[in-house]
Design a binder for this molecule. Sequence first.
Ligand code: PGA
Length: 248
Amino acid sequence: IIANWKMNPDTSDKAVTLVQTIEQAITGISDVEVVIASPFPFLSSIATILTHAKLGSQNAFWEDKGAYTGEISADMIKNLGVKYVLIGHSERRQDHPEETNEIINKKIIKALKNGLKIIFCIGERERDTKGCYFHFIKKEILEGLEGIDGKEADNIIIAYEPIWAIGAKAQRADRPDDTLKIVDFIREVLSSIFGKNLSRKIPVLYGGSVDADNAQDFLKNGGVQGLLVGRSSLDGKIFSKILKDADV
Ligand code: PGA
């Protein structure tokens, strides 16, 4: 279960308090891997207090170092204790139009090379009646994972996040039975790249308006192995309930 804090909270103190609540909740559960994808400025302070949850970041650049003002390399965050990195989140794709499938592929290659596990975000802008979104999702996966060797399967997580279901302006969360159909399709595409056995190692997560009321439904009926949680991960109580529900 991954907490995607996005550009929140506003202070390091609040970030630390939230982590403490989450850590407390984790002590009561046994079988859930928890990742906190924090903004860059809080990574160092969070790293010192995490005991159960793993540290995640929300982006990493595709070069190691050099004249790239404002960028942060996979190596830098790894040295802070980051284990997971979100790549290709739809909010980044939208706010940074240069973040194409090709650039995302470069970021994935670099992050994997630096020993990070990637949470590769994909998802359609709209669910049209003709089913064009299947084609869109397939293209995102094929282009994003271009050239990635099957031996990296252990380090890849796919987060399926339909864009229309994300954030405060979301129409609604997806329906778990619709998610299930798309997850089956994603598995087919992964299988065409890595073969059936290796592709089975890749967890597929759902994200988009996950909350304490629907989390269990997605995990039971959506065919997913986990969740990428935005808004509901900023409330310690709600996120703790999601973690409990995920602990089966
Ligand atoms: P949300 O965001 O849960 O607030 O819809 C999910 C995400 O963007 O990862």
